[in-house]
Each structure stands twice: as structure tokens, then as C-alpha cells.
Design a protein around this ligand. Sequence first.
Ligand code: NAD
Ligand code: TYD
Length: 354
Amino acid sequence: MTLLVTGGAGFIGANFVLDWLAQSPEPVVNLDKLTYAGNPETLASLQGDARHQLVQGDIGDVDLVRQLLAEHRPRAVVNFAAESHVDRSIHGPGDFIHTNIVGTFNLLESVRGYWSALPQADQQAFRFLHVSTDEVYGSLGHADPAFTENHRYEPNSPYSASKAASDHLVRAWHHTYGLPVVTTNCSNNYGPYHFPEKLIPLMIVNALAGKPLPVYGDGMQIRDWLYVKDHCSAIRRVLEAGRLGETYNVGGWNEKPNIDIVKTICQLLDEMRPKADGSSYASQISYVTDRPGHDRRYAIDARKLEAELGWKPAETFETGIRKTVQWYLAHPEWVSNVQSGAYREWVQKQYSAS
Ligand code: NAD
Ligand code: TYD
């Protein structure tokens, strides 16, 4: 038995692979293109572990994926691979169309070819788990109920539109060809190994470096924060017992305005790494130009996953953010290694006008 994980050198995928191999003897083949967001160093603790094989390649490379499927005969594919940063999708949507839509299509076709030739019992046991986002549902008003799985798809950014398209392809491959798929739509993740261009790690890293903490617009946009290890446990549970063709929303029941997140990080750093001059990290907060088309509020109703599969998050936001800040303080070398030339160019492009 083997899993084929795609995008397993990125933030969530790598946490999933590390957690999986900490609890299961089942090997993982990890197909990752190693874009700027893919980081083999995150997987360094698996070096020499015969259960893990990292293959550099594109989910859209049909020949490579077919060869991996034929060689390793996985019983499931867990698809994390994507371009995932909304701000990057605004500057350059092409890569998002290429990977999230065309790449998912090619992956589905490669997997369909493999799956349809399996013996019947293996066909029935096979799973294609597609990892998606709450952003496909669009933006909520302040008093609207949280997104359920039946919410209309109303994506607003090039990123969310490309993920919505990939969800529709996955759904269609189930309905048309019978491919045994399950899809998860989760809220904003945070935790160890998060690339420091997303809100939480960027704020921690900038605070420690004495740089401004750039809050978009009025900072009152709301996200529902999910500790990454809780997301990984949800995926394991859906892989194990999710109903075919179904979608499961995964959320942390932690709706917070961005400015509250930033202030919480500042308070934790004031406590754990006080500044020499006695001032608070909050003095570095700087309001900057808003993201175009910025979604105001996301909130996930995760009751289906709890009712059907008994999953609940283990962390509250308070416990999860404390662990996250502690992790970044303990791993400065991981941070400095990901801050490559490409990362510095991005920061220059994104924040220079503000
Ligand atoms: P990430 O950007 O940190 O990692 C993505 C990984 O995919 C990287 O390792 C990258 O090298 C790889 N990749 C990119 N294009 C590829 C391709 N064509 N072929 C193979 N590998 C490729 O993203 P993440 O935050 O770990 O997100 C993982 C998945 O979860 C994505 O599908 C994303 O849409 C979804 N998601 C993320 C969040 C979040 O808060 N981070 C929330 C909801 C959903
Ligand atoms: P982000 O981490 O990019 O995730 P997403 O856009 O997928 O939700 O951003 C989370 C929120 O934080 C979002 O409302 C945008 C905001 N944000 C800032 O205010 N400043 C920043 O520098 C970044 C990167 C994000």
C-alpha cells in the first residue's frame, strides 16, 4: 500500500507527509514541482527513510505521473499541488491556470487511466482526495451564516476561480467516469513551515526583523483559522471514511479579523522575545493599500465533517498561535533559508508602492 501525495513539499502537504509517516508504516511518494513554495528542507527529517520518496515534477506531466502510478501502484492520491497565494494570482494569474486547472485535468486523466485498469477490488478501494479552499464560495457579509458544502460557488480572485474550476473537474470525473473522489474545502491554515509571504508567518518574521507589519485596508477582513495539523487529521479521516463524490468543509471555528491576528502575534512576541527598548511589536503595524477585490469574510461550517466522520479540531486559536510563534522562534534557520532571492523580489514587488 502506498500513497501518492502531490505538492508534499509545500506548507500543508509537507505537514501532512510528516504527520502521516509519524503514525503509519505506509510509504509516500511525494510528487512536487518545487516551485518557490516547495521546500525539500521541510522534509529533511525524512532523509534516509525508505518510506518517503520525493520526486521533482509537475502534476501536469502525463508521462511522469503515469510512470509513477505504474511503478508504485498507490491505493490513493492526495492532491495538494497548487499555486496557492491570492496576491501572486493578482500579479500573474497564468501559473494558476496552468497548475490549478490544466494540471488538475492532466492529473485526473493520468489517474483515471491507472484506476480503470485496476482489479475490481482495488478500484473500489481507490481514492482521489482533492484538497481545496473555502475561497471558492466567495465572500460573506458580516451577519451571513458560515459556508456549508451547499453554498454557491462565487470565486472572486484568479486563485479562487482556478481552485473552483479544479473542484468542478474533480466532481465531473466522479460523475462521468466513476473515479472515486472526495474533496475537502478548508479555511486559512497556519502553523509550522508556513512560507513567510502569507499573513501569519509574514507578521512573525517581519516583527522579529524590526520591519513594518503591513495590514491591508482597514484590517477588518475576517478569516477562519485552522491549525495545519488539525487540517492533516481531517484529511486522514476523510481519506479513511469520506463518502465518495462528497465534499467536506474543514474549519477551525476561529473567525478573527486580520488586525486581531496581528495584535495577538505582537502580544505573544512581546511576552516570548521582548524588544530591548521595551516597546511593543505592535508599534510596527502599518496600514497599507488594500488588495484589489479583497474578500471581506470567510467562515466555515464544519458540522458535516463532525457529524458524519466525528472530526473536530484539537487546537483553539489561542493554543495553535502560541505553538506557531514558538515554532518560528525556534527555527530561524528554516526562515532564513526560504528567504531566497526569489522571495526578496516578491516582497519588493508587493509592498514597495505602499
Ligand atoms: P503551498 O503553496 O505552500 O504549496 C504548494 C506546493 O505545490 C509547493 O510545494 C509547490 O512546489 C507544489 N506545486 C506547485 N505547482 C505544482 C505542479 N504543477 N506540480 C507539482 N507540484 C506543484 O500551498 P499550501 O498552503 O500547502 O496549500 C496546499 C493546498 O491546500 C493547495 O491546493 C491550496 O489551494 C489548498 N489550501 C490552502 C490553504 C492555506 O491556508 N494554505 C487554505 C485552503 C486550501
Ligand atoms: P493570506 O495569508 O494571503 O491568505 P488568503 O488571502 O488566502 O486569505 O491573507 C490572509 C488575510 O490577511 C487576507 O485577508 C489578506 C491579509 N493580509 C494582510 O493584511 N497583509 C499581508 O501582508 C498579507 C500577506 C495578507
